[in-house]
Design a protein around this ligand. Structure first.
Ligand code: HAM
Length: 410
């Protein structure tokens, strides 16, 4: 039997590469002063139908058999933002603002499988709650850029394309669009790059907005007033080369309100690596107006990221170095005289207590076989317990150097 298509299994090598991504995400988020939180894997289906909107609604894995019969329908989380908004709305007063929170949930979407898109993926979520100034947008973009830099990518490898839903709203209003059509208009712009001019033209017809106007606005590269301070802030940090103003970005999800962005590989070979922006009204929506706080954040998935790491030599070398350091064992205790096994076990225990990764043969084996096992596990040294006891031979495996030491001194 095989795993279901689109769901993941991680053999040890895959698991090391996955952990490399998760650990790097965590390290960078913490470097920026974000604290980690988590939420449930299953939420009510209604939460996503009401708050996520867009394509996600048709991509939900629903959970039929909930504990209480006849009640709420559950869904595996396709994203983290509605959960975060629900949690924050419930205890908003308990935390100092701005809140800087991150999480690395596994998420589930019933998508058509393709390169970079699976049905199960990990997603770094970095969010700032309770800060309306554009300094927060810039700080968020800086974490996003630095996360990529930490993996060994440079400005030639990726770019964050930033845009503004507020600017688009103004544009739609000026072009005669109605506020209630905004969501549909955003969906059309979101798809315009992939759909092409003709389809976009047809989709816009009923709104009385000309496709030429939309495409012209989309191609604009001058930052609108809400983007200008964000761009200036990032330039001041020396991160200007990693971002580009690009109004073709509007984001598919319903809740975004202001600055929005997506991160792509420069070669444009892959789907988006990350996406996010401001969602200033989601908390009020979640709490029926009781908690009204500005918020912003982004999600970065591990699937496209892993592809890009594999295809970028500098990034792949960094990953491999990290994974090699995760070898199973530092010290292998070789038991050359089986009657000394109790003493060997005591030594193994003592070294493990001291924090070393230690392994040994569970059953009697030839000395040569035990050394082979040590090499195979990537051990730095072997300790041979044999005729010299209570002295032991310590052998550095890379150089083959040996020295005799008192076992008690180890
Ligand atoms: P999103 O654009 O739907 O945003 O997803 C963000 C990232 O998650 C994508 O750029 C991609 O890397 C990854 N991703 C999404 N779907 C899949 C999939 N089926 N397979 C692999 N990777 C995938 C959100 O989810 C927002 N909640 C992000 C956010 C956080 N906004 C504010 N805070």
């Amino acid at each position: 039997m095989q795993a279901l298509p689109g769901f993941r299994e991680f053999f040890p090598d895959d698991c090391a590469r996955r952990n490399y991504i998760l650990e790097t995400w965590r390290a960078v988020a913490r470097r920026y002063g974000f604290v980690e939180y988590d939420g449930p894997v299953v939420e009510s289906l209604e939460l996503y139908e009401k708050k996520s909107g867009g394509e996600l609604v048709g991509q939900m894995f629903t959970v039929g058999a909930m504990a209480e019969p006849g009640e709420i329908k559950g869904a595996l989380r396709p994203e983290m933002t509605p959960t975060l908004a629900r949690m924050v709305a419930a205890r908003a007063r308990d935390f100092k603002k701005p809140m800087k929170w991150f999480s690395m949930p596994a998420c589930y979407r019933h998508e058509r499988q393709q390169r970079g898109r699976l049905r199960e993926f990990y997603q770094l979520n970095v969010d700032i709650i309770g800060e309306e100034s554009s300094a927060a947008d810039a700080e968020l973009l800086a974490v996003c850029v630095d996360t990529m830099r930490e993996f060994g990518f440079g400005a030639g490898d990726f770019v964050v394309r930033i845009s503004s839903r507020a600017a688009w709203q103004q544009f739609f209003a000026g072009a005669g669009g109605k506020p209630e059509d905004e969501h549909e208009l955003f969906q059309i712009v979101d798809k315009a790059e992939r759909a092409g001019a003709e389809k976009t033209h047809a989709a816009l017809e009923k709104f009385g907005i000309s496709a030429e106007q939309v495409l012209a606005f989309m191609r604009g590269r001058e930052p609108t007033p809400d983007l200008a301070p964000v761009v200036a802030d990032l330039q001041a940090r020396g991160l200007g080369d990693f971002i580009e103003v690009d109004y073709a970005i509007v984001r598919g999800l319903a809740y975004y309100t202001g600055v929005v962005f997506e991160l792509f590989d420069r070669a444009k070979k892959e789907r988006a690596l990350a996406g996010g922006g401001r969602y200033d009204r989601l908390l009020a929506l979640m709490s029926d107006g009781k908690v009204d706080m500005p918020a912003l954040g982004f999600g970065m998935g591990d699937v496209v990221l892993a592809n890009l790491i594999a295809d970028t030599p500098a990034a792949a070398a960094r990953r491999d170095e990290w994974c090699a350091a995760q070898h199973a064992c530092d010290t292998y205790v070789v038991i050359a005289k089986e009657e000394l096994r109790p003493q060997a076990l005591a030594l193994v225990q003592r070294l493990r207590d001291a924090g070393q990764r230690v392994d040994y043969a569970l059953t009697a084996a030839k000395v040569g076989k035990q050394f082979q096992a040590a090499e195979h596990l990537g051990a730095r040294q072997a300790i041979l317990i044999g005729d010299e006891w209570p002295q032991v031979k310590v052998k550095t495996l890379a150089t083959r150097e040996e020295r005799l030491v008192d076992a008690v001194a180890l």
